[in-house]
Ligand binder design. Structure first.
Ligand SMILES: [Mg+2]
Length: 162
């Protein structure tokens, strides 16, 4: 089973809570609606780092973000990522867990997000049901975004497959 690397956007790739963005981050203004703009910060180096993680571990990258398919038009190209599959959420209770459980099924997974603490009971249930599989929930501080440590944690998790 091909392992999976799931990516959230706000927090891991767009460190919205950082008062001072690290120098490798660049601002992008994303059009939302006719005349409103949303400023986000992205590190274009993340694209390469994530692709390398996926290549080296044989994993597939996929989006698990409320940006849904817009991640492929607004975020991926700015990081140099190809179009990725999108985990779709349909107003589910239990946050992203039910949709991710269905999408990942029996595949080992690493998941970068800043909100695992939401719905803690659902999180515990999710992890418990997948206890026979690699299930690394890599919490990323929205004040830092994904760092080298997070990427090593991901590699480490996959090195002990299943
Ligand atoms: Mg987030």
């Amino acid at each position: 089973m091909r392992p999976l690397v799931l990516l959230d956007v706000d927090g891991p790739l767009n460190p919205w809570a950082a008062k001072h963005k690290p120098p490798n981050y660049r601002p992008f203004d994303i059009k939302v609606g006719w005349w409103r703009k949303l400023r986000i910060w992205l590190d274009p180096g993340h694209g390469d780092q994530l692709r390398r993680l996926a290549d080296d571990t044989g994993a597939e990258l996929a989006w698990a973000t409320s940006w849904l398919h817009r991640a492929n038009t607004e975020i991926g190209p700015r990081l140099g990522l190809p179009a990725l599959k999108v985990v779709e959420f349909h107003d589910e209770r239990g946050w992203k867990y039910p949709a991710v459980a269905r999408y990942a099924y029996e595949r080992p997974l690493v998941w970068f997000d800043d909100d695992f603490a939401l719905h803690a009971a659902r999180r515990d249930e999710f992890v418990h049901k997948r206890r026979h599989l690699t299930t690394a929930l890599v919490h990323v501080d929205p004040g830092t975004g994904i760092t080298a440590e997070h990427l090593s944690e991901a590699r480490e998790a996959f090195s002990g497959n299943p």
